[in-house]
Write a protein that binds this ligand. Structure first.
Ligand code: ACO
Length: 323
C-alpha cells in the first residue's frame, strides 16, 4: 500500500526573542507566574517584514533542503494557519509563488492550533488517494498580530514561527513497521466556540479582531479531549503507549502536556517539550517541536512518533507516524 513518508523537515523563527521579563513593564505579570502556570520562558515575535508567508516560505525551503528536493518536485502545498497574510488569496498560494512554483496546487487549512495535525492527515489522504506524490505541509503563524497586548491572560502565551514537512508517496507493506503516516483521528465541536476565538472577521465586524480565551475552561477540557483522540489513534493502529518512541504534543502549556502524558502512560523522557522556547505558536507548534527533536538527534529514521494538538473551535486530533 502507499504510505506518506517524511522526507524532510524544516523550521523558521522571527529574529526577535521576547523573554517573560519583557512583559513586566507592559502588563501586571511576572516571569515566575508565566513559568509556573505555563512553562513558557520566551517566544519569538515577528517584525513588520516577517509574515506568515515569509516564515512559511523559509520553513518550506529548509524542509526542501533537508529532503534534497526542489520546489519543482512538489505537487501540493497545504498551509495550516489562522493568521493568513490576507483574507484571500490563501497564503499557501503566496508561498507557492515565493517558491517559484507555478504548477500543482496550494490551499490553506484553518483548524487553529490543530491545523498542522489536520494538514498532515489531509496530505496523507491526497497521497494515498493517488492524486499527488509529494506534499509540502506547513504550519506558519503570526499570532502576535491578533493578540490584545493589554490582556495579560493571553498576550504572554503566544509566539510566532513556522515549521514544515515534506511528505512523499512510498510503497509500504501495510504493517505497523512501515515508515510514514500510520493512523490519524480528527475531531471538532463548535459548541465550544466562545471559549477560544477571535472577536472579529470579514463577515462579521469587517476587522481582524483579537484573540479571546477563557483559559481555565480550555484547560478543563484539554486533557480529556487529547487523551481520547490519542486512545482512538492507538486503537486504529493497534499499538499501546509503551511502543511509542516520541510524543510530540501541541505546545500550549507544560501542565497540559504533563497531565496528558501521565494519563496515557507515556514516559516523561519520550515527551518533546519546546513550549519554554517558543510559547504557543498554534499551527506551527508541532512542526517546530519536531524540528528541535530532529536537529538534536532525538527523533531518528524508523522512530514511532505521535503528534497531537487541540485548539480553538474546539478542534483536536492526533497523527501516528513512523519517521
Ligand atoms: N500574570 C499574572 N497573573 C495572571 C496572568 C498573568 N499573565 N494571567 C492571568 N492571571 C491571573 C488571573 O487573572 C487569575 O487571577 P484571579 O484568581 O484574581 O482571577 C489568576 O491569575 C489565575 O488565573 P487562571 O486563568 O485560573 O490561571 P490558570 O492556572 O488556569 O492558567 C492559563 C491560565 C495558562 C491560560 C491556562 O488556563 C491554560 O493554559 N489554558 C489552556 C490554554 C490552551 O491550551 N489553549 C489551547 C490552544 S490555544 C489555540 O487554539 C489558539
Amino acid at each position: 500500500m502507499i504510505r506518506s513518508v517524511v522526507r524532510g523537515n524544516g523550521a523558521a523563527l522571527p529574529r526577535r526573542i521576547m523573554k517573560n521579563a519583557d512583559f513586566e513593564g507592559m502588563v501586571e505579570t511576572s516571569d515566575e507566574w508565566i513559568v509556573q502556570r505555563t512553562g513558557i520562558r520566551q517566544r519569538h515575535v515577528a517584525a513588520d517584514d516577517e509574515t506568515t508567508a515569509s516564515l512559511g516560505e523559509a520553513a518550506a525551503r529548509a524542509a526542501l533542503d533537508s529532503a534534497g528536493m526542489t520546489p519543482a518536485e512538489i505537487d501540493l502545498i497545504i498551509l495550516a494557519t489562522s493568521t493568513p497574510n490576507n483574507t484571500f488569496p490563501a497564503t499557501a498560494v503566496e508561498i507557492q509563488n515565493r517558491l517559484g512554483m507555478h504548477h500543482g496546487f496550494a490551499f490553506d487549512m484553518q483548524a487553529v492550533c490543530s491545523g498542522f495535525v489536520y494538514a498532515v492527515a489531509t496530505a496523507d489522504l491526497y497521497i494515498r488517494g493517488g492524486l499527488v506524490r509529494r506534499v509540502l505541509v506547513i504550519g506558519s503563524e503570526t499570532f502576535s498580530r491578533i493578540l490584545d497586548w493589554n490582556d495579560r491572560s493571553t498576550c504572554v502565551l503566544f509566539g510566532d514561527g513556522a515549521g514544515a514537512l515534506v511528505l512523499e508517496a512510498q510503497e509500504g507493506a501495510g504493517a505497523i513497521t512501515d515508515r510514514g503516516v500510520l493512523a490519524a483521528s480528527l475531531r471538532s465541536d463548535g459548541a465550544h466556540k466562545d471559549k477560544l476565538f477571535v472577536d472579529g472577521g470579514p463577515s462579521t465586524t469587517g476587522t481582524v479582531g483579537h484573540l479571546r480565551m477563557e483559559g481555565r475552561e480550555v484547560f478543563k477540557h484539554a486533557v480529556g479531549m487529547i487523551t481520547d483522540v490519542i486512545e482512538a489513534t492507538f486503537g486504529e493502529a493497534g499499538i499501546t503507549a509503551q511502543e511509542l518512541d516520541w510524543f510530540v504534543p501541541h505546545q500550549a502549556n507544560k501542565r497540559i502536556i504533563d497531565a496528558s502524558a501521565r494519563k496515557l502512560g507515556i514516559a516523561e523522557e519520550k515527551v518533546v517539550v519546546t513550549v519554554d522556547l517558543h510559547g504557543n505558536t498554534s499551527a506551527a507548534s508541532v512542526p517546530l517541536a519536531l524540528s528541535v527533536a530532529v536537529a538534536d538527534g532525538r527523533i531518528k529514521k524508523g522512530d514511532l512518533v505521535l503528534l497531537e494538538a487541540m485548539g480553538g473551535g474546539f478542534t483536536w486530533g492526533a497523527v501516528l507516524l513512523r519517521w
